[in-house]
Design a protein around this ligand. Structure first.
Ligand SMILES: [Mn+2]
Length: 243
């Protein structure tokens, strides 16, 4: 069986951007590896305003993922806090499956919990309140009913507000809450937790062989976890470490 690849927080903004080239290269690598699966754990896009988005970026990412899917790579997408509006239409076109907020998979005999990671950042009370509003199906329905141009304006505004909040909030509340991690671990019985969102790539030992693996953000450098049989490699900030 081929390797299983994980990535998150690509925060793609435009095809002209260098990060898109990084993503394209990565797709080539995953294809050449004859990977079994690719898990994208949220914030592939810096913003997603609806599956009817006809911007060149949306089309280009659809093509890249579809090519992988056609080559036999199973593709899975978790919603991030930026691209939580990715829907069934996009997934179908890209040949991908949308995952639940927390998904449990088995990986080399381990029980693994996959999630974007924002739900673990419970110290950021202001963010969690905004999140509740944005995940409300009625809000989403109303938003998606607006013309594409209005949705793009809203997304640009939300990004500016989010950037201002990130700049103002104390660093520690932007990271995961230890209690939230313990609760997830207890609820799922996971040996490994894999997530992104915090842009703090690392391997945290949770005791008794349990681990929390955090993927890095792509505007800084390509970051991925590759699990190939017994071997797992985490790449971030230009280095690769064995997990
Ligand atoms: Mn995020």
């Amino acid at each position: 069986m081929g390797a299983i690849w994980f990535a998150s927080d690509l925060h793609l903004t435009a095809v002209e951007d260098a990060v898109f080239d990084r993503f394209s290269e990565f797709c080539g690598r995953v294809a050449a590896d004859r990977a079994a699966a690719l898990y994208l754990l949220g914030d592939v896009f810096e913003a997603w305003v609806g599956d009817d988005d006809d911007a060149p970026l949306a089309l280009a990412v659809t093509q890249r993922l579809r090519a992988l899917a056609d080559a036999g790579v199973a593709i899975f997408i978790t919603h991030g806090n930026r691209d939580f509006l990715i829907g069934a239409d996009f997934a179908a076109r890209a040949g991908a499956r949308l995952l639940a907020e927390v998904e449990i998979i088995e990986l080399a005999g381990r029980r693994v919990a996959l999630l974007h990671g924002d739900t673990l950042c419970t110290d950021d009370v202001e963010y969690q309140a905004v999140r509740r509003q944005l995940r409300d199906p009625r809000w989403q329905q109303q938003f998606l009913a607006q013309p594409l141009a209005a949705r793009r304006d809203f997304a640009a505004q939300a990004r500016a507000q989010s950037a201002a909040h990130t700049a103002m909030a104390p660093a520690e509340i932007m990271d995961v809450n230890a209690g939230a991690v313990s609760a997830l671990q207890a609820d799922t019985g996971a040996d490994w937790i894999i997530h992104g969102h915090t842009h703090r790539p690392a391997v945290h030992e949770l005791g008794s062989g349990r681990r929390r693996i955090v993927l890095g953000d792509w505007p800084r450098a390509a970051s991925w976890l590759c699990v190939d049989g017994e071997q797992a490699t985490l790449a971030f900030e230009g280095t690769e470490v064995l997990v």
